[in-house]
Design a protein around this ligand. Structure first.
Ligand code: THU
Length: 146
């Protein structure tokens, strides 16, 4: 089944609430920037939060831990995704909405399991489709011949 191209306001709010809730699980002693993500697959919601490390580059974003939870439960196609950066104040969010957006690496990771039209809800920034966030995503459709 292709990812959802649109989503009811009720479902959007439910998914965003799960993302916000998941942010409380973040391990982020270095940035103190809690991020939560929620992924809808059929009637199930998988959540994730960012997990940092003293070796900073090892940090894993919320979108990726949520994706891995869904994949490890056996799912390869996501219906919709929500992300929430809960530590950004409303004033900051208005001034710098980019603080709410998924990073580039996570956009590519999500492209693996979504369709270009799949809804990506960004808390307090709006509803996007994957293709808005990552036009011309890299996809390995077939392996190049050796
Ligand atoms: N972070 C995410 O979890 N997702 C993103 O899309 C952007 C950034 C996390 C990584 C790091 O723990 C903290 O936010 C600050 O960059």
């Amino acid at each position: 089944m292709p990812g959802l191209q649109s989503i009811t306001p009720e479902l959007a709010e439910k998914l965003l609430a799960k993302a916000r809730e998941a942010a409380s699980k973040a391990y982020c002693p270095y940035s103190n920037f809690h991020v939560g993500a929620a992924i809808l697959v059929n009637d199930e919601i998988f959540t994730g939060a960012n997990v940092e490390n003293a070796s900073y580059g090892l940090t894993i974003c919320a979108e990726r831990t949520a994706s891995f939870a869904a994949v490890l439960a056996g799912h390869k196609r996501f219906d919709a995704v929500a992300v929430s950066c809960v530590d950004v104040s409303d004033d900051q969010a208005k001034l710098h909405p980019e603080m709410l957006m998924p990073c580039g690496a996570c956009r590519q990771l999500l492209a693996e399991f979504t369709d270009p039209e799949t809804v990506i809800l960004v808390d307090r920034a709006g509803s996007y489709q994957l293709k808005d966030l990552l036009p011309n995503a890299f996809r390995l459709v077939s392996k190049p011949s050796e």
